[in-house]
Design a binder for this molecule. Structure first.
Ligand code: SF4
Length: 202
């Protein structure tokens, strides 16, 4: 098993980040507040970014290779088995950094570490898998694992329905940006914990 990290190239200009797509799915209005109006970052966002940077540096120290995902896929498809951490992915117009990916000759497993299971997390992992289809993998499994004890919370074999779901979400995302109208998601439970609740309802 080869352990690798990827170099950080950053988001290509026209790509949608998987985080933005997941935020948009949860509530288009919240996505607007967070991204388009440039609201202040929350502590959760800052802590999330710090945790990613820390993890990346730790994995970089330990990794045997620092290679692009494309090269890692080539190695896997020629018979190697690889495990990558904090790996940058760009495909099908989607960009993100995966917590972990395991690459085998004919299968890939995408693993996302989360404090708990949420729709937002599921969308993120399905969006990573949609991007990974561009690299030639037909069999992709997505998995969400609880950070504190590595207990699997959710697992799914990525299928055509999932790909169409993410593609149609992308199309809705573009159409919403073009129209400039960001509907609210009427979900009291969600609104209660929304950092933009006061602006949205005030
Ligand atoms: S308060 Fe509710 S509707 Fe408004 S942005 Fe937040 S989640 Fe969306």
């Amino acid at each position: 098993m080869i352990y690798f990290v990827s170099p950080k190239r950053g988001k290509p200009p026209n790509a949608i980040t998987v985080t933005d797509l997941a935020d948009f799915y949860i509530c288009p209005r919240r996505f607007l507040y967070r991204k388009v109006l440039g609201q202040k970052l929350t502590y959760a966002m800052i802590n999330g970014a710090r945790a990613h940077a820390k993890k990346y540096n730790e994995h970089k120290e330990r990794a045997e290779k620092k290679i692009e995902l494309g090269l890692a896929v080539d190695l896997a498809q020629s018979g190697e088995e690889l495990i990558g951490r904090e790996v940058e992915i760009y495909g099908n117009g989607l960009y993100g950094i995966m917590d972990e990916i395991r690459l085998y000759p004919e299968e890939a497993v995408i693993i996302d570490f989360k404090a708990s299971l949420s729709e937002r997390g599921k969308i993120q992992t399905l969006a990573y898998a949609t991007a990974l289809r561009n690299y030639g993998y037909e069999r992709i499994t997505v998995r969400i694992v609880r950070t504190k004890d590595e207990e699997p919370l959710w697992e799914k074999e990525f299928g055509e329905n999932d790909r169409w779901f993410i593609e149609s979400l992308k199309q809705r995302f573009y159409a919403t940006i073009r129209a400039g109208i960001f509907p609210k998601k009427e979900n009291p439970e969600l609104c209660e914990s929304c950092p933009f609740g006061r602006i949205c309802n005030g």
